[in-house]
Design a protein around this ligand. Structure first.
Ligand SMILES: [Zn+2]
Length: 154
């Protein structure tokens, strides 16, 4: 099963042998940035990286890139079946990733918007497959038509 790996659980350096490996705990906390963000350092390759570097998918069988590319294809308007065919995946796998992505929508939106230049409408298109509504928009009350407001009669 795939899961969303948080920064500090894996090494984001593709050249490192701990890349995409959340099991080995090779990542240690490093000094903070000027903005107060936690930095991390990989004990294997010695690279440091910041908190924002990669909240990404982690899947035992696939690299994060494959998962992100798959989501991007869907965001660009390809259907789940078409996307699965392009990436040589099972449509159920693609759907699972979408559901997983929706469960971590906030982190993933951040990643897609900032690192992959995906626009809002495309992200909304992604979520529409899994019936996820955009978060953080309070429901607007619908005043029932034809009813006078209570308490203003004179
Ligand atoms: Zn490393």
């Amino acid at each position: 099963m795939s899961q969303l790996a948080q920064t500090g659980q894996f090494c984001p350096n593709p050249d490192c042998d701990r890349f995409n490996n959340t099991q080995d705990h090779a990542i240690i906390k490093h000094a903070k940035t000027k903005q107060g963000k936690q930095r991390f350092r990989c004990k294997a390759c010695g690279k440091t990286f910041s908190e924002n570097k990669g909240t990404i998918f982690y899947c035992k069988q696939k690299t994060p890139e494959v998962i992100i590319e798959t989501l991007l294809l869907i965001a660009e308007g390809n259907g789940i079946r078409a996307t699965a065919r392009i990436k040589h995946l099972h449509p159920g796998t693609v759907l699972n990733w979408l559901k997983e992505a929706a469960a971590h929508a906030e982190e993933l939106e951040h990643l897609l918007l900032e690192d992959y230049r995906v626009d809002r409408a495309q992200i909304d298109g992604l979520w529409s497959y899994v019936g996820k509504k955009r978060p953080k928009r309070p429901p607007r009350p619908h005043p029932s038509p034809g009813k006078a407001p209570v308490g203003v009669a004179r």
